[in-house]
Structure formats: C-alpha cells, structure tokens
Design a protein around this ligand. Sequence first.
Ligand code: ANZ
Ligand code: ZN
Length: 822
Amino acid sequence: MPYNFGKIEKKWNKAWDEKNVFKTKEDKSKEKFYQLEMFPYPSGKIHMGHVRNYSIGDVVARFKNMKGYNVLHPMGFDAFGLPAENAAIKHGVHPDKWTNENIKEMEVQLKELGLAYDWEREAVTCDQDYYKWTQWLFLQFYNKGLAYKKNYAVNWCPSCKTVLANEQVVNGLCERCDTAVTKKELDQWYFKITDYAQKLLDDIEKLEGWPEKVKIMQKNWIGRSEGAEVDFKIADSDKALKVFTTRPDTIYGATYMVLAPEHPYVKELVSGSEYEETVNTFIEKMHHLSEIERTSTDTEKEGVFIGRYAINPLTEKQIPIYIANYVLIDYGTGAIMAVPAHDQRDFDFAKKYDIEIKQVITSDEVKGELNEPYTGDGVMINSGKYDGIKASVAIKEIIDYIESAGIGKKTINFRLRDWLISRQRFWGTPIPMIYCEDCGVVPVPEDQLPVLHPKTVEFKGTKGSPLEGCEEFINTTCPKCGKPARRESDTMDTFVDSSWYFLRYTDANNNEKIFDEEKANYWMKVDQYIGGVEHAILHLLYARFFTKFMYDIGVSPVDEPFENLLTQGMVLKDGAKMSKSKGNVVSPKEIIDNYGADTARLFVLFAAPPERDLEWSDQGVEGCYRFLNRVYRLVEESVDRYNKQDDLDMTKLDNTDKEMRYSINNAIKKVTIDIEKRFNFNTAISSIMTLVNETYKYKEVEGNEEVRNILLSKAIDTILITLAPFAPFITEELWNMLGNKESIHDQKWLEYDEKAIVKDTVNIVVQVNGKVRVKLDVASGIDKAALEKIALENDKIQKFIQGKQIVKVIAIPNKLVNIVIK
Ligand code: ANZ
Ligand code: ZN
C-alpha cells in the first residue's frame, strides 16, 4: 500500500483527541519540563512562521516526554487587538464573534499539524476568565503606585477623532483617511517600569540560557547612562537650566546650550522679545515630526537661537541658548550643554550656525585643528586647573566639584521610558477604573471584576473609542459613595495581556485566583521558550517586568520567567520574508493537503537549524516527502521479519551485523545529542536518513536469519522512535502496523551503547606497487580475503588500478595490503 498520509493523519488525530493523550499528567514524582512557544494572534490562518516555531517546540516537548520528563506544553491566543475592531467596522460583526471564529479555525489547523498541546489549559486573553486577572493585576500595580495617569501628547487624527499608534501614522498622515496627524494632549495610563530598570538590567546577567544578541538588545533598550546633572544659570534671570551629561569632563568646552523645543522654560524666555515669532514657528514645525524623524542620524541638525544666554559654571562665560530638533524633551532633563569639539551632533550644529568649537581633550590621535569631533579618551586641555590630567579622572573630579559647589550631582539615566498602556480602543482589556465627581479616581473593587465589554456597540471608525460613546458601559456608580460615576473608557495595550500568560498556563482554569502558587511553583520557570526575534525587546522585557513585580508582591514564585530562550529564524522565499505584499507566501494548508503534516514539519525542521533563516524550497519539500515514503516502504517490507528481542547472542554477529549494530547506536547518539544539546534538528534528521539507507542495505544481505531479523527490528525501532518527535503521524501508524500496542509517543527514548560505537578497528595501509596510497579503518581480525576485497573496492584505489592489470595482491591482516599492477 502506498503511503496515504491523508488517511493516516486523520485517523491518528481522531484517536489522540479521543484518548486526550496530550493532557498534562501532573506526576510530581517526575522531573518537570515546561515547553512554551509564543502564542499567536488569531488572524484566522496559521502561516509558515507558526509552522516553524511550533514544530520546533513540539520536537522538544515530545523528546522530553520520551526522556521521562513530566512535560507541560500549552497553547493559547493573544486575542485582543486592532484587526478584530477593523473587521467590526468593515463587516459589522462584533469583535468577540470574529475573534472566536478565527480561534476555532486556528485550533483545527494547529491540531492538523500534530502539535502535542494540552488544550485543556488553553489561555485566551479576550476571555473574561482571563482578562479578569489582567484587570486584577492592573489593580495590584495601581495599589503599589506603579500604575498612574499622566498627560501626554499623542498622535491624533482630527478627522477620525481617534488616537493613532506610531505605526498607524504614515508619512505624517492617518493610515485610514490620509488626514494630517496632529498631537493632542490626553491623560494616559502608564506602568512605572522605570522603577524596575536597574533590576531588569542587572538580572540580564542571570539569563545564561538566552542568546547573547537578545541580551544586548535588552541592555541597549534599558540604556543605562552614568553622568551628572549640572545647573547652568540663565543670564538676566534668577532661573537655572539643568542639563544631563555623560561627559562632565568636557564642561569647559560647552560653548552653547540646547533646549528641547517643548522645554517648559522656552516660552517664558522669549516672551515679548523679537525672537518670539521665529521660536514659535520652529516649535510648531517640530510638533508635527516624530521622534525618529527628528533625531535620526541622517536628519540634518536644525535649530534657532532664542535670544538668551546661559553662564557656563566653570568658565563663567556667557553661552547662547538654542532650541533644536536633536534634543528630546523626555530624555535626561530635556536640555544639554553642547560640546561641539567632542560630540558629533553638536559639531554638525556648530558648523552650520557658526558657533565656537573649543577643544578640551587631546591625545596623540589629534593633529592640528579638529576636522571632526574627537570622542575618545585623552588628556585635559583648556580646562583650568584640570589641565594635564586624564579625562577619565577629570570626570570624577569635576563631579566632586559640582556637588561641593551645590550646582549639580552625579546621576544615572535610563533610556527606558514608563510604559504607556492606554489605548482608546474597544477590543482590549478595559482598565478597571471609575471617575467620581466627589471621590475622584476610584479603582473597581476586586470582587466586581471583570469589567466586561458591552454586548451592543456601534463601530463606525470615527468619534474615537466605541467604549467612550457607549452609555451602557460608561455610566456606573461610584464604589465609594454610590453616586453616579463614569467608567474609564481606555483599554490596555495588548502587550499587557501577553506579559503573564505563561503563569496562567500553570493553572489555567482557576476561577478563584489568578493561579495556585503551588502549581506555579512546580511548573515555573518556563524551561524552554521559543519565538521570533522580533519580540526580543518589548514582549520579553514586559514579561520579565511583570514576573518581577508579581514576585515582589508574593504572587509569582520566580523573579525571571524564562530559563532558556530560542529565537527562531524567519521563513524566506526567494530571499525575502514571506509576506502577502510580496506575494511570496506558501500556505501551510497547501503543503499539508499535498504532502501531509509530517512532511511539512520535517521540511521546516530539516531545511535549516532553528536559529537561522530558512529558505523555502519546493525540492526540499519533495525530498522530505520521498524520505517518509522510503521509511514507510522499509517498514512495510519488514513487517513479516519484525522480531523484537532484547538479548542478542553477541557471538553470532558477523561483520555485517556488527556494522548494523554500530549504525543503530551511532544514530541514537547523534540524534540525542543534536536534539538535547544543540537544537540541530537538521543534522539529527540526516542521521536518521543515513540509518534508513543502511537498514535498506542490511535488509538484503544474507546471514544468520534470526540475528538479522532481531537487528533489523532494532534498526526499525530506532528509526521510528527517533523520528517520532519530528513526524508524529507516520511513526505512530508504522509502529502500530508492526503490532505494537502502546503509542509510540509513550515509548522511552532510546539509550545507546557506548561500547557498540567504539569500533573495534585497525588502521590498514594500502599500497600500489609499494607506494602508500590510502589508509583505511577496518574491523580488526578480518581475514585475508575480506581485507583484499575492501582494498580493491576502495574508490581511491580504484583510480590507481583502473585499466591496469593486477599482477598480485599481498594482504597481511591488521597491517597492510600491497597491490602489484602492470
Ligand atoms: C555633553 C557632552 C559632551 C555629551 C560630549 C556627549 C558627548 P546617552 O549616552 O545616550 O545617555 N543628551 C542629554 N540629554 C539629551 C536629550 N534630551 N536629547 C538629546 N541629547 C541629549 O547620551 C547622553 C548625552 O546625550 C549627554 O551627554 C548629552 O550630551 C546628550 F563630548 O553632554 B552630552
Ligand atoms: Zn464617589
């Protein structure tokens, strides 16, 4: 019978489902292993990236299970988000309906792939029994002062009357209606992640199982800078401007100052002067540009003099004050001392506006006048009493001086900003807050959670958030005084939902609590987390932040969530990432329909190591399909000879048997190490392929029938068991065909016999007319005839003797072979 993957996969999917085989068995006597892949957004269809991510995770989960671990391998959906809302606007369906229909479809597709998930633990972030706890967590943050409201200038589309995320602003226009986007000051909710900046940074050191590149990205994102805050007095004013600098050693070279256009002093400093108009025009212009547009390295530095001067506290000279595009309001103090001789941005700006460039640090590298800023270390010059000392030393001494003079202090700055979580959207977790005229901001009492979405809402795509206009939702009573009050209409950023789902899986159906501590304690941390590198910064940082916070309030048993992290590469076609817009998408369904899920899985695992990008190849898919056909045929042809037996009379083994025994053990060793230590699934699979080839050959060689059958059976068991995590359907089918009663997926992983791999070999020299041509490893003790045969059949030797006449062959066992030719 040919390999009928369609029938096989349906059959086993049904059987596994009925027996609920993937249910997590909480057997505390076993060591646990928590395997997790990043859960998907329910777009309705899985793509190749999912197939890859989830196949990798599935191999690990199945392997660990066969290794005797108690494995937790859950799946769920990151189900809030804008696409559902857009669909509601377009087609008038409730986002809840749209989302849940998509989830149903995707569950089917994930099952079709044979992924061993415990669906009873599914976590869906838009389910009320999930987001109830997201809201509960918000209240915990609020109680600790880590959730707060702040005024912030958001992107605003005046036509849609809605707030836009940065990625919805395209060239300054609203992505939906092409209206010019403006800024609008709105009260927004924030999480105070900056309180955890130092901890999040320090503990990166603990993440030994994380890729170095991800750790570096997190470090840079947190962006710790050591430096000082220094006060610069404003001339003809009693005010001072505070700057943040990482280079206090360059203070004698500060020849001007720059304020962010939004700096609160600017308006006052120019008020009534001849500069007022140009300054206001410039501020207005900056208002329409994003942070990236303003500060990217290829944006030209641009600014205006505001007509006022500051006093450099060390030189006591007056220096002009500018506002410019390259200084941002929300970093440091929003003001800088500009040192054009030693900073590129300041250098470019000073050149453009003809401002003094004063060098204060020198080294052997600097010759003559500066053609570019000197940013290296060196010796102080033009710096009064600090002249002649090293700049790195001067940093400390100048900070000491500033502190003693009371004009500043040493400080640490983080690039990390507080996390803006407010979204003016419907389809997200409602923020559980109430506004009362008398009592102010009042949190929803915990026993009144969850704050649910209204069932009937109108989605027009204009007039801001549908929640804001929904009287049924907005109107409520104050939990404190009972008077009429209004609900918060903002929902949370969906990154909030995904910041704790891995904890929920440990006890996903708990209605009393967010999860049971003991269960979380047993399962956490996640032993292996797998997902795309695009989440290297935000998701992983937020998940770490949540875990640390939950640990601090006694909810989480661990303060870091993920022990080991693997970031899989992208799936490419014709060198580019698969995407609809490029039209280079291969749909998983197409592959599953034409070749089966086992082939699809095998291909994505075989075509490249997990961390590398994978180039799609139709031939590669064909090749994997052919291989599975070969496995199928091999087993089918061997069914009658299948004879499982543990004890093998070693004295009966001939050389062919010994070779087979070697191949079996060698394959087990290679596959085990490749999966366990290195995630080298591609080489693991090729070791299995080699074993299949060798088994085909072995099957045909005559010898001791009983021994042959026992070893053939061993080889087949090895092929099927090692292949099972990669291709779960075909291996289960063939295992069953051989008469085995239990599931192959409940089999113990195979141990290898080290002794069988250390080959009992000797090195033989092969000469042609007395000249050494090749050295060969052959089994020790083989006789003259066998040795002669091996030598003559050798490829290299063949080249030397081709077309020649062999006069004689001298074979000395364990030593050499000499071939005499003419
Ligand atoms: C004087 C100076 C001299 C600086 C020099 C650098 C080199 P990091 O390392 O990223 O923390 N800066 C401070 N606040 C800023 C803001 N709001 N917008 C733009 N630039 C700002 O960078 C710190 C340096 O960036 C600070 O040190 C300041 O310039 C600038 F040779 O002060 B420096
Ligand atoms: Zn009240």
